[in-house]
Design a binder for this molecule. Structure first.
Ligand code: XLS
Ligand code: NI
Ligand code: NI
Length: 456
């Protein structure tokens, strides 16, 4: 009786035989809105110029390594479901290198100009920090070769300081000083690798920086440590000549019940309190905005108006599920609203990073293509709609009109800081009452947006 070969051996044979991870897919091409080819773009036409720039340069699409190449499909109720024939499931450096090659084949076929990773996504941890660093160096060599071969660039690097149990109490905000030191060493290395790979940004998502219980937490001390940690990162970047943009990614909860970087406003308050505003911008994620009880547009606008809009993690949540479901966004209203703010404030050196995963039921490799193509198209369409709305001043004219009373003498004086309560009281006592209000016209504006979504 013959013994059936192990699934991993089968998988490896399959990859070696075809020498390609996605044999059934060739490079995705733009075919236009009428196309019914599910492996073609209908709206994303990289070289098409919109609002003075190519779509490629506006959108700076980025594939996340963690969801797309490390996501297993597990959830709190069950294990992995994903079929990933190029991956033998082992934590070996060899497997990590094979996976990296498969990833670049994907980026290339998808025509994605960027990717982003955590250190532990790309390379396995070893038995000690020095072994772990050596593993990362070995895989980074392959990443560099693949970047050179394909022209795909690194949007950002980051350090995973949340998966390993050592970070159970946090990394920079831990109660264990040696874990703080370990985290510092990890970010030092991640910055070096990000620089080596030409990363254009470096992201801090809070991971386990937050608390589960205030009874055991010295919040002031933890936040002071976080501020010190970021200053050390800034100093080290300067020391090694890393000129990428530092980004903080707000999220209100999950995994902790309170994450310190809750939302854009909390992050900016933190950065200002610790004198870090010159060095950091924000990486705004859609599903994090909604978990914080905000619309994505609110978070983008809040960051943008303070000169701190750096990059976006493009995804969406499910309103019926209360967690970070990280789904691919396909809703034109969401992408239009997002692009309205991105066009207003600009995005580079940030990008539209698909921090999104296919559902655990969508377990075949081809689903990775459908997911990314659909969301790239949705953002490309959102870009076109937003550009047209802005070009026509379709919303701005009404906004300007709504505030027009402020353009008169009185408004100018108040805005310039040249009026006091007493002077304003005098004026109103003379007039007896304020001038009457105009309509807010919300429904009209919503109809106008619909018209542009229909026609742009
Ligand atoms: C988790 C975050 C994470 C960051 C990178 O919710 O979105 O994926 O983007 O650490
Ligand atoms: Ni994210
Ligand atoms: Ni997230």
């Amino acid at each position: 009786m013959s013994v059936p070969p192990h699934a991993a051996t089968l998988a490896r044979n399959r990859v070696e035989k075809s020498m390609t991870a996605f044999p059934e897919v060739s490079k995705i091409q733009y075919e236009g809105p009428q196309s019914d080819n599910p492996l073609a773009f209908r709206w994303y036409n990289p070289d098409e110029v919109v609002a003075g720039k190519t779509m490629k340069d506006h959108l700076r699409f980025t594939v996340t390594y963690w969801h797309t190449f490390r996501g297993t499909g597990s959830d709190p109720f069950g294990g992995g479901t994903m079929q990933r024939p190029w991956d033998d499931g082992s934590e070996s450096v060899e497997n990590a290198c094979n996976r990296a090659r498969a990833a670049f084949e994907f980026f290339e076929k998808l025509d994605a100009p960027f990717y982003a990773f955590h250190d532990r996504d790309v390379a396995p941890e070893g038995g000690s920090l020095s072994e772990t660093n050596a593993n990362l160096d070995a895989v980074a060599k392959v990443l560099k070769e693949e970047q050179e071969r394909t022209g795909v660039k690194l949007l950002w690097g980051t350090a995973n300081m949340f998966s390993n149990p050592r970070f159970m109490h946090g990394a920079a905000t831990t109660c264990n000083v040696e874990v703080f030191a370990y985290a510092a060493a990890q970010v030092k290395k991640a910055l070096e690798v990000t620089k080596e790979l030409g990363g254009e940004n470096y992201v801090f998502w809070g991971g386990r920086e937050g608390y589960q219980c205030l009874y055991n937490t010295d919040m002031k001390r933890e936040l002071d440590h976080l501020g010190q940690f970021f200053h050390m990162a800034v100093d080290y970047a300067k020391e090694i000549g890393f000129t990428g943009q530092f980004l903080i990614e707000p999220k209100p909860k999950e995994p902790t019940k309170h994450q310190y970087d809750s939302d854009a406003a909390a992050c900016l308050n933190f950065l200002r309190s610790y004198d870090l505003t010159d060095h950091f911008k924000l990486n705004i994620e859609t599903n994090h905005a909604t978990l914080a009880g905000h619309e994505m547009m609110h978070e983008l606008e809040y960051a943008g108006m303070q000169g701190a809009l750096g990059s976006i993690d493009a995804n969406t949540g499910d309103l019926l599920l209360g967690w970070d479901t990280d789904q691919f966004a396909t809703n034109y209203y969401l992408t239009t609203q997002t692009m309205l703010v991105l066009l207003k404030y600009g995005l580079a050196p940030g990008g539209v990073n698909f921090d999104a995963k296919v559902r655990r039921e969508s377990f075949e490799p081809i689903d990775l293509f459908y997911a990314h193509i659909g969301s790239m198209d949705a953002f490309a369409r959102g870009l076109k709609v937003a550009a047209k709305i802005m070009e026509d001043g379709a919303l701005q004219n009404l906004v300007d009109n709504r505030y027009s009373s402020w353009d008169g003498d009185l408004g100018k004086k108040i805005e310039a800081g040249n009026m006091s309560f007493a002077e304003l009281e005098k004026l109103m006592l003379e007039k007896g009452d304020a001038a009457s209000n105009g309509s807010g016209r919300q429904e009209l504006l919503e109809n106008i947006v619909n018209r542009y979504v229909d026609n742009a």
